[in-house]
Design a binder for this molecule. Structure first.
Ligand code: MN
Length: 482
């Protein structure tokens, strides 16, 4: 039998507010434990939550950016459960009436084309504290700095059919919340966390199989692996005639497998009810339109602008707008260097490869945009060839000086002196009489051999266009001593 997988994702995005969702305590990451938890976050009796307006504005921004309905009326509800890092005994979330309703995100498929993924809802809620299982102690320690940090939880429909699609969706969403400046996008610090719902069913059946939820995966690579592991595990169980039980699971990256955390509770186990300490959140259409007017340029719009303004193809425009940092870098290069296609080639080629190799993102690039612009300028004005430019690029990457300093220090200036190039050509021709005879007898492809030899003789510095023209001329001439 053939099987097919269905994936839905729930993403928790930490909002970039300075204070918490219902208290004035700070949200900065990395503070010493329990130094940023006030009486509201601790759930002390007699305290009352006060809603953070900035978090609401950020939720509206997200809603508008995914073309969703932003609900004028939404309600905060208590989600009741016990956990040591949840001192109130409930999490303030939204249940029946979330702030953001139905929207969608368009992802690019690896095989080409695109696919629209529905977003069912997005709601505001507070984060829980952290349980720390430290090596030096048998006890579990509790840090409540994270308790009350604002989150927006974004729930997709089960519309992805492979781990690759799920990762494409996550990357798209990650770029979007960074563009919107509502999240710092830091996966290691837990600012963007994913729960993956995976089920498998016989191919063609309409009803979905029983799903498992793998929680709190905080890297794109791990999401892909965890989903693939679940698809394989579930398929094997079903193919052997077994059944899948609805479970919450965790992913262990060291063993590259998921394992059971607990049997999944249903929503009614949480005894949701409207929080009596908070009024329903009422917005006006005017408030929403005011936020819309302030929206920054979004990835899709930027991509279209790049195609028009810089005459880029869709492929380059896509890569360059995949993150806001890459787009900004490109535009900075183009500010002084006026050949956008060449700038795109270098950023998506040489620079991307170097960054990948060192696992850096573009904002951590050792080569600043101005510096790359200068390197490209030196190719365009003929000071260096594009081949030599790669050597200069490597030196720039190592921090060995500016483009011009490196060119001078290493003597990399391109040879454009015809006499010097001709001398090298004459020498090569003289040294290779057999190849010369073959070439003149009609073996045209030996031209490449001669170009290579002359380049070698000039340490790669001969101007390629000049070299080609002069060499063709010389190879044509009959030898003078005939
Ligand atoms: Mn949640």
């Amino acid at each position: 039998m053939e099987w097919e997988a269905t994936i839905g994702l729930e993403v928790h995005v930490q909002l970039l507010t300075r204070s918490k969702l219902f208290s004035g305590a700070a949200t900065a990451y990395g503070a010493s434990p329990n130094s940023q938890a006030c009486s509201v976050d601790l759930g002390l009796p007699g305290t009352l939550p006060v809603l953070n307006k900035e978090a609401v504005m950020m939720a509206i921004r997200l809603g508008l950016a995914i073309d969703a309905t932003v609900n004028l009326h939404s309600v905060f509800a208590r989600k009741n459960y016990f956990y040591p890092d949840l001192p109130k005994g409930y999490q303030i979330s939204q249940n029946e009436y979330p702030i953001v309703g139905h929207g969608y995100l368009t992802i690019d498929l690896e095989e080409g084309g695109s696919k629209q993924i529905s977003i069912i809802r997005a709601h505001l809620e507070e984060d829980a504290g952290k349980s720390l299982h430290e090596d030096f102690s048998d006890a579990t320690l509790i840090d409540l700095n994270r308790a009350g940090v604002p989150l927006i939880e974004i729930v997709s429909a089960p519309e992805m059919s492979s781990a690759k699609e799920a990762v494409a969706y996550l990357k798209k969403l990650h770029a979007l919340v960074c563009y919107l400046e509502i999240c710092d996008g830091n996966l290691q610090e837990g600012s963007f966390r994913c729960d993956a719902n995976v089920s498998v069913r016989p191919k063609g059946r309409t009803q979905l199989g029983t799903r498992t939820e793998t929680k709190n995966i905080n890297s794109f690579r791990f999401v892909e692996r965890a989903i693939n592991y679940e698809i394989q595990r579930q398929t094997a169980v079903l193919a052997a005639g077994g059944t899948i039980s609805q479970q919450t699971r965790l992913y262990n990256p060291d063993r590259d497998e998921t394992y059971v955390m607990r049997d999944k509770e249903d929503a009614n186990d949480y005894r949701y009810f409207p929080d009596p300490d908070l009024l329903p959140l009422e917005l006006t259409a005017g408030e929403i339109e005011a936020v819309r007017a302030q929206l920054p340029e979004l990835p899709q719009q930027k991509q279209q602008r790049f195609i028009q303004q810089y005459d880029l193809n869709l492929y380059d425009a896509n890569l360059l707008t995949a993150s806001r940092a890459a787009a900004d870098y490109f535009e900075q290069v183009c500010h002084t260097f006026k050949n956008p296609k060449m700038a795109a080639n270098w950023i998506n080629g040489e620079l991307a490869a170097a960054l990948n190799k060192e696992n850096l993102n573009i904002s951590q690039s050792p080569i600043q945009a101005e510096s790359l612009a200068m390197l490209l300028t030196r190719i365009e004005d003929g000071t260096i060839s594009s081949k030599i430019a790669k050597e200069v690029f490597a030196a720039l990457w190592e921090g060995l000086g500016s483009t011009d300093e490196i060119i001078e220090q290493k003597g990399l200036r391109q040879v454009t002196d015809s006499a010097a190039i001709l001398a090298a050509i004459d020498q090569v021709i003289q040294d290779n009489p057999a190849q010369l005879a073959e070439y003149r007898a009609g073996k045209d492809r030996l031209l490449g051999f001669f170009v290579g030899q002359v380049m070698k003789a000039t340490q790669g510095k001969a101007n390629p266009a000049q070299l080609n023209a002069l060499l063709l001329e010389k190879l044509k001439e009959p030898a003078s001593h005939d």
